[in-house]
Design a protein around this ligand. Structure first.
Ligand code: SF4
Length: 239
């Protein structure tokens, strides 16, 4: 999995940010996560080897801005250049996950039109309140490839009409020492909604505290992905 973090750091934005993993990781190194700084790897998508080949191979998916939020206002000064690199590398796909979808139209480049074909945007919602706030906006935005991330899942969510035009929904519980409980029934409910509307569904990680059938399970970080996989509840629509 190739990751491109053009800048680092973020400002907490909603309740899903309370136990942000960027803050947790930075704390170990006594780094202030609220100071947003450009990374050395800023130009990664267009970096080349001495032989002239791009370091990021054609056809790769580049997971973009995973130590910040791509639409953070502190990053406004760098985003234009980031879009330019995405335009230059039409041969790779950029996957962006954001909570700040409400800023989207103020942040796109002039030639965006109905979207770059190589940019996939996932809107994050952690509970019903944030779903109702962000998804009505998200559903109308000119984006060619859209997904929803329900993470950290903090309560049941009715995605209702918001699933129209969505290619995938990913669900995950919260990690970390102070993780909040995720109930397996909330996950199954979202899965059912996706299946009803033929939208791909992925249970990506259990989180640290998963309640199932009324019993609370504490799951170590290293098992959170594999345990979600073992649940075997991912759904892919038939083409
Ligand atoms: S938006 Fe994402 S990266 Fe930023 S504080 Fe919230 S969880 Fe952390």
């Amino acid at each position: 999995m190739a990751v491109w973090n053009p800048w680092h750091g973020c400002i907490k934005y909603s309740e899903g940010c309370d136990n942000c993993y960027v803050y947790r990781m930075d704390k170990k190194y006594e780094r202030d996560s609220s100071k947003v700084t450009i990374n050395k790897s800023f130009s990664l998508p267009v970096q080349k080897y001495k032989n002239g080949e791009y370091k990021i191979k054609s056809g790769d998916i580049l997971y973009t801005c995973f130590s910040s939020d791509f639409f953070l206002d502190d990053a406004d000064v760098w985003r234009t250049k980031a879009w330019e690199m995405m335009r230059e590398r039409r041969d790779i796909n950029f996957l962006i996950i954001t909570k700040r979808i409400l800023r989207f139209m103020d942040c796109i480049p002039p030639d965006w039109g109905d979207g770059y074909g190589n940019v996939i945007i996932f809107c994050t919602v952690e509970n019903q309140k944030r779903a109702d706030e962000r998804l009505p906006v998200f559903s109308k935005l000119p984006i060619k490839h859209k997904g929803i991330v329900c993470s950290p899942l903090l309560g049941p969510i009715d995605l209702g009409d918001y699933l129209c035009g969505i290619e995938q929904v990913t669900v995950a519980g919260e990690s970390g020492y102070n993780a909040r409980v995720c109930d397996y029934n909330w996950i199954l409910s979202i899965r059912e909604q996706c299946m009803e509307q033929c939208v791909d569904f992925k249970f990506s990680q259990t989180g640290a505290k998963l309640r199932k059938d009324g019993k609370l399970y504490y799951i170590k970080r290293k098992y959170q992905h594999s345990q979600a996989g073992k649940a075997n509840i991912n759904y892919q629509k038939l083409i």
